[in-house]
Design a protein around this ligand. Sequence first.
Ligand code: ZN
Length: 383
Amino acid sequence: MQLLRRGDTGPAVAEIRATLVSLGLLPPTNGHHHGPAVFDLATEQAVRAFQQQRGMITDGIVGPATYNALAGARWRLGDRNLAYLVSQPITGDDVFALQERLLELGYDAGRPDGVFGKQTELALRSFQRDYGLGVDGMCGPATLRALRQLAPKVRGGRPVFLREQERVRMAGPRLRGKRIVIDAGHGGRDRGVLVAGASEADLMWDLARRLEGRMVATGMEALLSRGPDVCPAEAERAQFANNAGADLFLSLHVDANPSGLAQGVATFHFGTGNGPTSTVGEALAGFIQRELVARTGMLDCRTHPKTWDTLRLTRCPAVRVEVGYLTNPDDRRRLLDPTFRDIVAEGILVAVKRLYLLGKDDQPTGTFTFEDLLKYELAKAEG
Ligand SMILES: [Zn+2]
């Protein structure tokens, strides 16, 4: 489609203006309307307001993403029947409302994304089964009535993320039996950051193996998202974790910068910045970041919310660690040292342990050793 911006006229502009009016972002035009609809300053400001609400780039221009979001925004729950159409999934704000409603009621519809997918259908079918409705996976009038009559079981936050918290609490403090996907970045022909013969793909593969070894020793189930010589797409890595029913997803990368001075460690979790955030992801990112900074003395580049595919498409809490800059001499020296990679693996494992301890531990950051951890796991197993 062509981009629509200030100064444009025509039926597409009229459609956009009508949607913005229906959303209350543009005052209705009074009386008779003469001539073609104009994309004027007020329209541009309303588009910006809409984009800001949706966490999109606020440029006031209607491109494909904004156009689709506007088209989806026209639908209110109940305007049409909703079902899983495999070839062309239904999208819109009504789907988003349905997903949020199912989540409020305790059904795992996945992260609300406004797309009626397989997971939405499964959640809807469970709901229909539990409430004695016809189980057809379609949101028609009877299902809608039932959905509206019921009071939500969860209040006071984004239910999907409250469910994550609840799952961590229910999982208990022991590491044994927890299933973790370790995702070494890049691989195969994609070497990632490459400096003086050292590649991100190989270093992160090595780090992943060290972490895997320690996790297995504590009784965890550690799964690697890739082999040593392949590079699955980000979405495939997320799918791998979903299929495995993983408890956590840990992605390992290093960073690069044209300036050799850029250095330090940073950790990322799912979040839009001004909207929903994975609270468990954020907590785990914080533990990892603090342990790594305390244990390695690297510069603290803090934790940040991102909507990257691996963070967004995983159903379990996911974090990505950028263990320093391969383009920085100090960080590179560290990364090339196997002892440093052991320290990082240990720090990440202790951070995972802290997550499941729910903050109920008295060991100061950076001092909990692998031996402590094994002792703790063993004591719990006996007691
Ligand atoms: Zn990378």
